[in-house]
Design a protein around this ligand. Structure first.
Ligand code: PEP
Length: 236
């Protein structure tokens, strides 16, 4: 994994913070050897931050301010002391029809506000079966600024919340392809996370892959013991 530090990110989606998440011995606390970040709902951002967890939002607006009912700007997230924000999670791309252009605009807004965006990319099952996965991901990354603060999460849509995981070889192949698309200046330093039904039993093999620098974890991040085991797999 070169000298890129592992990052294990917990996406709690529209669920309350798991029991004990804010406690001193919480598995959601960051470590010197592994970065651990949490992505709660907007309602739990402040309690997580106040408890000392490294916290990000699940969504931020590409607009700076104004008439955008229901939205929260990237600057507001920075002022709250968020570290990060998810951009283009597949549940937003597919459930809320966010386009590639919108996701890139969110990423730029996040960078301008000083955040470390996690840009999520990934193909559907139909696209993989048609052999289009690399081209789909290439298009999703088109226009991405050259910035070392960007983190990429490869999350095949067919593996999210389904219990199906890309094999370590499938994941590594896509991660290497993504790394190859990155500009030289940031190619080796950019962290590329894998997401899609990461669990304690598959985490060790996935994390061993050369270009996998951590995981974005949904379902298992709601179970403190499972999440702890995934973090431990990253510690090695
Ligand atoms: C996710 O929501 O980003 C995710 C990867 O979910 P799960 O781990 O449940 O597949």
């Amino acid at each position: 994994m070169s000298d890129r530090k592992y990052l294990i990110a917990a996406n709690w989606k529209m669920n309350p913070a798991p029991q004990g998440a804010l406690a001193k011995d919480s598995p959601y606390r960051t470590l010197s050897s592994v970065d651990v970040w949490v992505f709660p709902t907007y309602l739990d951002l402040q309690p997580c931050i106040e408890a000392g967890l490294i916290t990000g939002a699940q969504l931020g607006s590409s607009a700076a301010n104004g008439a955008h009912t229901g939205d929260v700007s990237m600057t507001m997230l920075t002022e709250l002391k968020c570290r990060s924000v998810l951009c283009g999670h597949s549940e937003r791309r597919h459930g809320r029809h966010e386009t590639n252009e919108e996701v890139i605009a969110q990423t730029i807004a996040a960078l301008e506000a000083g955040l470390h965006p996690i840009v999520c990319v990934g193909e559907t099952l139909k696209q993989r079966e048609a052999g289009e996965e690399k081209e789909v991901v290439r298009k999703q990354l088109e226009g991405l600024p050259v910035e070392s603060r960007i983190i990429i999460a490869y999350e095949p849509v067919w593996a999210i919340g389904t219990g199906k995981t890309a094999t370590p070889a499938q994941a590594q192949e896509m991660h290497a392809s993504i790394r190859g698309l990155l500009p030289k200046d940031v190619r080796d330093s950019t962290r590329i996370l894998y997401g899609g039904s990461v669990k304690p039993d598959n985490a060790p093999e996935l994390l061993k892959q050369k270009d996998i620098d951590g995981a974005l974890v949904g379902g298992a991040s709601l179970k403190p013991d499972e999440f702890r085991a995934i973090v431990e797999a990253a510690i090695g």
